[in-house]
Design a protein around this ligand. Structure first.
Ligand code: GUN
Length: 299
C-alpha cells in the first residue's frame, strides 16, 4: 500500500479561510474585531520566527495583532503585570506567551496568570482540567489541528485504537484526551514503554510527538493505519555545509509504504498549529461576546 498524503498546508489554508470569513462576519455584523496578543521574552531565534509568523497570519485573516517583546532579563513580576493588563483589555481576546521562557521565570506560574477564557494555547490548568473532564475548554493548537485532520481523513474515530507517542503537556497528553473524547481506545507510549514496536503495530491511528528524528520505522506501522507526525527535527548539516533536512519522528519513506494516510514533514501538522491558534482566538472572541462559535473550528 502507498499512503495518501495528508496535505497540512492546504488544510491550514482552508482553516484560515473559515477563520477569515467568521472574522469578517463579526466585524460587519457585530462591530467586533478579534484580537490576539503574543508575548515574546528574550531573543530565542526559533521563537522569533514563530512570533513573526503568528503576527503576519493574524493580520491576514483580518484580526488585530498585538505584539509585546520583552528583554530576556525582564523581571517575572513585569511579565505578570503585562498579563494582568492584557487580561482586562477588551480589545484582546487571546493571549499567547511564547515558550520557552528564560530560566528565571516559572512557566507554570506565568501560564496560570492568563485569564483561562483568553488562553488560546489551552495550557492554563483550568483548561487542562476542563479538557480532561470533557467540558468546553480552549484546546491546545497542535493536538486540535491533528484531530481535525484525523476526522477529515477517517470520519468517525469511535472504537479505533490510537497510540500517542510522547507524553508532553503541549501535545501528547491533550492529544490523548481529544482522542478519548472521540471514543478511541488510547495508549500513551513513552521512553519507558515496553515493546514499543508491538504497541504501535496495534494502532489504527499513530500520533508521533517525541522529537526524535525518524524514530518510527515503517515496519512498526499496521497496514492501512493513519500516521500523524508531529515531530519537526533538523538533521545535522550535510557534507556540502547546507542546512540539515527537516524530518519528522517517523521515517517517512518506509511508513508511507505501509500506512493508509500520513502527514509529511514539513507541510503536515506544522502549518495547522498557527491556523488553530487563529481558530482558537475567534472561538474565544465569540464566547466572550456570547455569540455563536464558528462550526468545525473547535473540538
Ligand atoms: N513554543 C513552541 N510551541 C509553542 C506553542 O504551541 N505555544 C507557545 N506558547 N509556545 C510554544
Amino acid at each position: 500500500m502507498t499512503a495518501s498524503v495528508i496535505d497540512g498546508k492546504a488544510f491550514a489554508a482552508k482553516v484560515r479561510e473559515k477563520v477569515a470569513a467568521h472574522v469578517a462576519h463579526l466585524t460587519a455584523e457585530h462591530g467586533i474585531t478579534p484580537g490576539l496578543a503574543v508575548v515574546l521574552v528574550g531573543e530565542d531565534p526559533a521563537s522569533q520566527v514563530y512570533v513573526r509568523s503568528k503576527g503576519k497570519q493574524t493580520l491576514e485573516v483580518g484580526m488585530e495583532s498585538f505584539e509585546h517583546r520583552l528583554a530576556a532579563d525582564t523581571p517575572e513580576a513585569d511579565l505578570l503585570a503585562l498579563i494582568d493588563r492584557l487580561n482586562v483589555d477588551p480589545a484582546v481576546h487571546g493571549i499567547l506567551v511564547q515558550l520557552p521562557l528564560p530560566d528565571h521565570m516559572n512557566a507554570d506560574l506565568v501560564i496560570n496568570a492568563i485569564d483561562p477564557a483568553k488562553d488560546v494555547d489551552g495550557f492554563h490548568i483550568s483548561n487542562v482540567g476542563l479538557l480532561g473532564t470533557g467540558q468546553k475548554s480552549m484546546v491546545p493548537c497542535t493536538p486540535l489541528g491533528s484531530l481535525m485532520m484525523l476526522r477529515d481523513q477517517l470520519g468517525d474515530l469511535s472504537g479505533l485504537n490510537a497510540v500517542v507517542l510522547g507524553r508532553s503537556n503541549i501535545v501528547g497528553k491533550p492529544m490523548a484526551q481529544l482522542l478519548l473524547g472521540d471514543s478511541c481506545t488510547v495508549t500513551i507510549a513513552h521512553s519507558r514503554t515496553r515493546d514499543l514496536p508491538g504497541v504501535v503495530r496495534a494502532a489504527d491511528i499513530v500520533v508521533a510527538a517525541v522529537g526524535r528524528p525518524e524514530m518510527v520505522p515503517g515496519d512498526w506501522i499496521k497496514p492501512g493505519a493513519t500516521v500523524i507526525d508531529v515531530g519537526i527535527n533538523r538533521l545535522p548539516p550535510d557534507e556540502e555545509g547546507g542546512k540539515g533536512r527537516l524530518v519528522g519522528d517517523c521515517h517517512y519513506a518506509s511508513c508511507a509504504e505501509v500506512a493508509g494516510a500520513i502527514t509529511p514533514v514539513p507541510g503536515g501538522v506544522g502549518p495547522m498549529t498557527i491556523a488553530c491558534l487563529l481558530a482558537n482566538t475567534v472561538t474565544a472572541c465569540c464566547r466572550a461576546a456570547g455569540l455563536a462559535e464558528p462550526e468545525g473550528l473547535t473540538a
